[in-house]
Write a protein that binds this ligand. Structure first.
Ligand code: 3H9
Length: 693
């Protein structure tokens, strides 16, 4: 065996050279890997004994793509294009032996090999779109030549990972073999190629499928139309589509030029910078400086949930899906039955869409034990309280749990804003108490805020994070403060939205600005969806706020066919002249004079106040890092990922601009705009949130 460099070696097995890459964790195409391939191929070609070459990877996966950490830095070593030209132009057959995930540049390298042999468990895909990019190493030109333009459009705009069997069916893999036999079967396959004198197939020369689609622009027009909602705001999907169009309409080399140009445009844009940042942020979030990965954890074999309402039921489903037995406890049989019925109905609904089988539904329901007796939770390893937001009720429950649940168990609250330390004080074991703030609907939303109390023990924190990962959530560890990270920042935006309405902006003006910014909906449409009467009590209502007035008129949101907006029978919202008049009258009674509020002011007041609050959260140490705040906002509140998150966005527009605007607002509108000290400090030092370590 010859070492090519630190990450590649070449073994000669009779007449076949096996070039093995070994660059953990994912064999990304770093400069060293590119050099290793280039030199290894050259050596194998120069060796007259060698009649064919296998390209294979050590570790958990075939090449998972370009090395994202190299993006934006000065180029080093050979280019990927040179590496690919060497493989494709090799006079000896080169076969990729694929295991794990051949993604992005990894699949693009495999596509310049003459054939592809894959392990049964392997997957492949072109996920560049999720990084705000397009496959920039010929993927957009070669993929449609194998799978046809329609499937290529789906793959490049979704970034989906395709399993080996499906990939073989599409023609992406030539042979699928047992995982353990991959290396041997790939070697045998090259020998067969030689024995059968099969041609050195170059994907670039396969023109049949692209030519068949030429002169059919409706293929692309229909695809754009069908996916317009999904792609809204993102640049990359449209760029990917244009590349597939180029593959269909232009000769290969011309198509490659289009791909190169569009790739560079995306690479240099802010959207891809934001999405690449988010890629690392969403991995960094698991990294807890003072609670390392080797902290002992508690084995969670049984979970108790107190409360079978919307939250309790949704939380239970997460655990049942992951195969964890759950006991769900209510105070009344009727509420318990309703909760269980809802869980079952949700599962049946998913099964009716074909996403799970009827057997899956039965298996999950069999793991659920409904009960009216808290005593059933005595041997649970984790109990999650999910009753309504009332401190006294929660303290009462925690006092009871403390007496009956075994020592060593975790006692968690699903509160979205209350003081976890105060709840912990209702027990004799505050070190066992933690907040697990699931977002509604809890079986759908990805985010979990793990709220660390002053006394929460490290194994309790680590176990909670690991459990979050196991049930498919993305978790951020946050500290105790009103609303934690997400709702604390949201409160700023809500307050400004309400104030803006009294100053002259209408709800639909504010919603439009935030929708155009990239949120799925604005705050007023959101209120209508959630129901304006959340927490509203008719007997105590005194027309003191707009919300109270609307609730009193039975305009309680979508469910009553009217809220801030009017609704037709199909939940389509229309600006309401009635509400407009109510607002004008209400504002006049408050002594407010209406003025024209610009879109820029709406955006700055709603978003900069959030950024400022994020700065205070960091200053107080309630979030570990700025990027954790961004992960919370992308996953819990629909912040558009192509803007990275509020803190990243602030860095891209410039903290000095944010500070200047806050100071201006402070001068005219008062203390709600007082800049955070951290924001002032960073501007004074010429630093960004991203520079904080
Ligand atoms: C591209 O290919 C462009 C080309 O078309 C054109 C070029 C001209 N680079 O996710 P994990 C790190 S764009 C650098 O936790 P898993 C990751 O940060 C690329 N580093 O593991 C983490 O580091 P740490 C297209 C990377 O088992 C560690 O590896 N490809 C890269 O859950 C483990 O990652 C993609 O978009 C990378 N490309 O999942 C694929 N990938 O341990 C992106 C990973 O320090 N990668 N790292 O936190 C993935 O989807 C997943 O990592 C994968 C493994 C499925 C492979």
């Amino acid at each position: 065996m010859t070492a090519i460099n630190a990450v590649a070696d070449l073994a000669i097995e009779g007449d076949i050279a096996v070039l093995t890459l070994n660059s953990p964790p994912v064999n990304a195409l770093s400069a060293a890997v590119r050099s290793g391939i280039l030199d290894g191929i050259a050596l194998a070609i120069a060796d007259s004994k060698v009649k064919g070459i296998v390209l294979i990877c050590a570790g958990k996966t075939f090449i998972a793509g370009a090395d994202i950490t190299e993006f934006g830095k000065p180029p080093l070593g050979p280019s990927l294009a040179d590496v690919q030209a060497a493989i494709e132009g090799s006079p000896k057959p080169v076969v990729a032996a694929i295991h794990g995930t051949a993604l992005g540049g990894g699949l693009e390298v495999a596509l310049v090999c003459h054939y592809r042999v894959a392990a049964k468990s392997a997957k492949c895909g072109l996920p560049e779109v999720n990084l705000g990019l397009l496959p920039g190493a010929g993927g957009t030109q070669r993929l449609p030549r194998i799978v046809g333009p329609a499937k290529a459009l789906d793959m490049v705009t979704s970034g989906a990972h395709i399993g080996a069997a499906a990939a073989a069916e599409m023609g992406l893999f030539d042979v699928v073999t047992d995982d353990a036999a991959l290396r041997a079967d790939a070697i045998a396959f090259v020998r067969q190629v030689n024995a059968g004198q099969r041609p050195l197939r170059k994907v670039r020369d396969l023109n049949e499928k692209v030519e068949a689609a030429r002169g059919k622009p409706e293929l692309f027009a229909d695809f754009r139309r069908a996916n317009a909602r999904r792609f809204r705001g993102f640049d990359a999907p449209e760029y990917n589509i244009r590349c597939i169009e180029a593959a269909v309409n232009l000769p290969f080399d011309e198509g490659m030029k289009v791909e190169r140009k569009l790739f560079l445009e995306l690479m240099n844009g802010t959207q891809s910078a934001a999405q690449r940042y988010y890629f690392f942020a969403s991995r960094q979030v698991w990294n807890l400086p003072d609670v390392p990965a080797d902290t002992p954890t508690i084995d969670v074999k049984k979970v108790g949930i107190v409360g079978a309402g919307t939250m309790g039921g949704g939380i239970a489903m997460n655990l049942l899906n992951a195969g964890v037995p759950v006991v769900i406890v209510e105070t009344a049989q009727e509420a318990l039955d309703r909760g269980v019925r809802t869980i079952r109905a949700n599962y049946d609904n998913t099964a009716s869409k074909g996403r799970i089988t009827a057997a899956d539904v039965d298996k999950r329901m069999a793991l659920l034990t409904p009960s009216l007796d808290l005593g059933q939770l005595a041997d649970a390893d984790l109990v999650i309280e999910a009753v309504y937001e009332n401190m006294d009720v929660k303290k009462d429950i925690f006092g009871k749990l403390d007496k009956l649940v075994k020592q060593g168990a975790i006692l968690a609250t699903n509160t979205s804003a209350l003081d976890v330390n105060e709840i912990a004080c209702a027990t004799s074991r505050p070190e066992a108490v933690i907040g697990l703030h699931f977002f509604s609907p809890a079986n759908v939303m990805k985010l979990l805020e793990v709220v660390r109390g002053d006394k929460t023990a490290k194994p309790v924190i680590r176990t909670s994070m690991e459990l979050a990962r196991k049930i498919g959530k993305i978790a951020a560890l946050v500290g105790v403060c009103p609303g934690f990270v997400g709702n604390r920042m949201l409160a700023q935006r809500q307050r400004e939205a309400q104030k803006l309405v009294l100053e002259g902006a209408l709800p639909w003006d504010i919603d439009r600005v935030l929708y155009n910014f990239g949120f799925p909906m604005g705050p007023f449409a959101m209120s209508d969806l959630a129901g304006l009467d959340l927490g509203w009590i008719r007997e105590k209502s005194s027309s003191a706020t707009l919300r109270e007035i609307l609730c009193e008129m039975d305009r309680r949101g979508q469910k009553t066919g009217a809220g801030y907006y009017d609704y037709d029978g199909k939940r389509n919202a229309k600006p309401s002249p009635v509400v407009e008049q109510i607002i004008r009258d209400f504002a006049a009674r408050q002594g407010k004079t209406s003025r024209v509020v610009s879109e820029q002011e709406i955006l700055e007041r709603c978003v900069y106040t959030m950024i400022n609050e994020g700065a205070k959260i960091l200053e107080e140490g309630k979030a570990i890092r700025a990027s954790d705040i961004d992960v919370v906002w992308v996953n819990g509140y629909g912040w558009p990922v192509y803007r990275g998150g509020p803190m990243f966005y602030a860095d891209t527009i410039g903290l000095d601009k944010v500070l200047a605007a806050m100071k201006n607002f402070e001068a005219t509108l008062g203390a709600d705009f007082k800049p955070a000290r951290l924001l002032e400090d960073l501007v004074a030092q010429g630093r960004k949130f991203g520079d904080l370590k």
